[in-house]
Design a binder for this molecule. Structure first.
Ligand SMILES: [Zn+2]
Length: 578
């Protein structure tokens, strides 16, 4: 068994790491690459944080673990709710390590709220509520660890202070907030690491993802968002965050140099175009969807929707100027939560005349068929389902960028082509593999919030002036990274073709535990030294063997209180994911 230090870099990409190593800015990551094995790591499709980290933790595709997005549909309704660990239908690596007699410390991984009982400690990640981004007792396992950590190093911060990030007028302050959060998290991680000799110590930083969304446009001179008059401090924003992450990793590694290290990211990163698609508008133009506002006689519905949007904005502004200690009672008094999100996302559609519709997510919007029996007011019969999927797919494939004449969509997948397992039915019906616009990803906007009536258009620079839109300069890519060094890992090896699903088997094998057949990944060739594999051949468990020995007892329940939903909604909005 090798003790293992796992370090997650949200959205970390070699496309940034390599040039920054060449500039001497990432000495610790450079040393891991030199002394270990490294390469690209395939993400989930689409490459989104929640499904991707859940795939890392379970060794399964989203069809197996049930986490497809930040949101999941509320069955039988045109509504969504936020996802947390209760949406997961699979045991995690942390649980398996604990059940195998290993001591674990797990800090900051998304989709781990509420924290599960482990042999060791856990602090939940991004899906954890907590006023003012500070984790509370509910984010800790065991809960007493909250008191202990707080007494020793102060509050644990889930995300950078949203108020700081909102400082649109001063993006350099947002940068300070990100770097300060990394340092606060590092203090918590160092304390936890020194508390005992963990068999597996896992820590991740989500700040690289925030920085990618916000600072890519300053970093990349070829980005369509780039302006030559950007101040130097902002152009160096992304390098600065990567370098803070490298330093944090370095401190932890130095503190426990004997542990093997495994660094990975959940997906890669790249730049975004200024062109935005409005999928529901496109579906309307194809005769597949109608808006309530489509006929002039139904302006009432439109007005009501606008009213709700205004409410949501007012609430946001209200919270922004409310001192933190007063926010909890204020939040308690506002029971909007998922209802707002559902209205924004699916409001204004005339369901009786809609065959297919999109959630219009900002980055990887997907398509649902308005299916009878499943949807509240479904109109497409089960018999017509296949034909409808084909019709929508074909329309999407024929859709062209009016500037270049190039197809917008590379491929449209039926969900069964991408996912497999018991949870596939919770996925959207159609998933879109978008082409890039000269290397930059198309953005996705909400049709009802755009008055142009166009299904695709280039947004003017002024339209990126809002806080949310300022986060849209960068977007996810399918290729993340993996680096492993020390212990059983081969020196100087190049890892090829590895995916997130391979990480759980790697971790289990490293920790001397057998790999259950339900895990879909495998240990990549060349990652471990031949000597290690000779002395420690891979052990496998037959299907069902692990589950029979360690039954999962918890029943999935409803996921958040209204108050918690408010917090999560606000966080997602602040980060530009809504
Ligand atoms: Zn991510």
């Amino acid at each position: 068994m090798h003790r293992l230090f796992i370090f997650g870099i949200d959205g970390g990409t070699l496309d940034v790491v390599r040039p920054l190593i060449a500039r001497g800015l990432l000495p610790n990551l450079a040393r891991v690459i030199e002394t270990g094995a490294s390469g690209e790591l395939g993400s989930t499709f689409p490459p989104m944080t929640f499904p991707a980290f859940t795939t890392f933790m379970t060794g399964k595709n989203p069809g197996g673990h049930g986490v497809f997005d930040f949101f999941e549909r509320i069955p039988g309704r045109y509504g969504v709710r936020f996802v947390n660990a209760r949406s997961r239908r699979s045991r995690t690596l942390w649980r398996m390590l604990s059940e195998g007699g290993r001591r674990v410390a797990v800090i900051g991984f998304p989709v781990t709220y509420p924290p599960e009982p482990v042999s060791g400690v856990m602090i939940s990640g991004f899906d954890a509520p907590g006023i003012g981004a500070r984790a509370d007792r509910t984010c800790f396992y065991p809960p007493q660890f909250y008191d202990e950590l707080r007494a020793k190093v102060g509050d644990y911060i889930i995300t950078p202070s949203v108020d700081m990030l909102r400082a649109l007028e001063a993006p350099d302050e947002g940068l300070e907030a990100i770097v300060a959060t990394i340092e606060r998290k590092l203090a918590a991680a160092l304390y936890t690491q020194e508390r005992e000799r963990w068999d597996c110590f896992a820590f991740m930083l989500i700040e690289s993802d925030f920085a990618g969304h916000r600072y890519w446009r300053f970093y990349d001179p070829d980005s369509p968002h780039y302006r030559p008059d950007y101040p130097q401090a902002l152009r160096e924003g992304l390098p600065r965050v990567y370098s803070a992450i490298d330093a944090a990793f370095g401190r932890l590694w130095q503190n426990d140099p004997e542990a093997a290290v495994l660094i990975f990211s959940d997906h890669g990163f790249g730049g975004a175009s200024t062109k935005t698609v409005f999928l529901n508008r496109f579906l309307q133009q194809q005769g597949l969807l109608e808006f309530v506002t489509g006929s002039k006689s139904s302006m009432g519905g439109w007005m009501r929707l606008q009213g709700r949007l205004t409410m949501a904005k007012l609430k946001d502004i209200g919270l922004h100027y409310t001192p933190e200690r007063l926010r909890t009672p204020l939040l308690r008094s506002m029971k909007l939560g998922n209802k707002i999100e559902s209205k924004i996302r699916f409001g204004g559609i005339d369901w009786r005349h809609t065959l297919a519709y999109s959630d219009e997510s900002p980055y990887f919007p997907a398509i649902w068929i308005n299916l009878q029996g499943r949807e509240e007011a479904g109109v497409v019969s089960v018999d017509q389902y296949d034909a409808m999927c084909q019709r929508v797919s074909q329309a999407l494939r024929e859709w062209r960028d009016p500037d270049s004449g190039e197809p917008l969509v590379r491929r449209v997948y039926r969900r069964e082509e991408i996912y497999h397992g018991e949870q596939v039915e919770r996925a959207p019906d159609l998933l879109i593999d978008w082409n890039l616009d000269h290397g930059y990803s198309y953005l996705s906007g909400r049709s009802l919030e755009d008055s142009s009536g166009l299904a695709i258009r280039r947004l003017a620079p002024t339209e990126f002036a809002s806080h949310e839109m300022a986060t849209r300069g960068g977007s996810h890519r399918p290729n993340g990274l993996i680096m492993a060094a020390g212990g059983p890992f081969a020196r100087g090896a190049r890892v090829e073709g590895a995916t997130l699903r391979d990480l759980a088997p790697i971790v289990l094998h490293c920790q001397g535990l057998p790999i259950p057949a339900e895990m879909e990944g495998q240990v990549p060739a060349g990652l471990f030294t031949p000597e290690f594999l000779r002395d420690h051949p891979l052990q496998h468990l037959a299907a069902g063997e692990y589950a029979a020995a360690h039954p999962l007892s918890e029943e999935p329940g409803d996921n958040y209180s209204d108050e918690e939903r408010e917090i999560i909604e606000r966080r997602l909005r602040d980060l530009g994911y809504l």
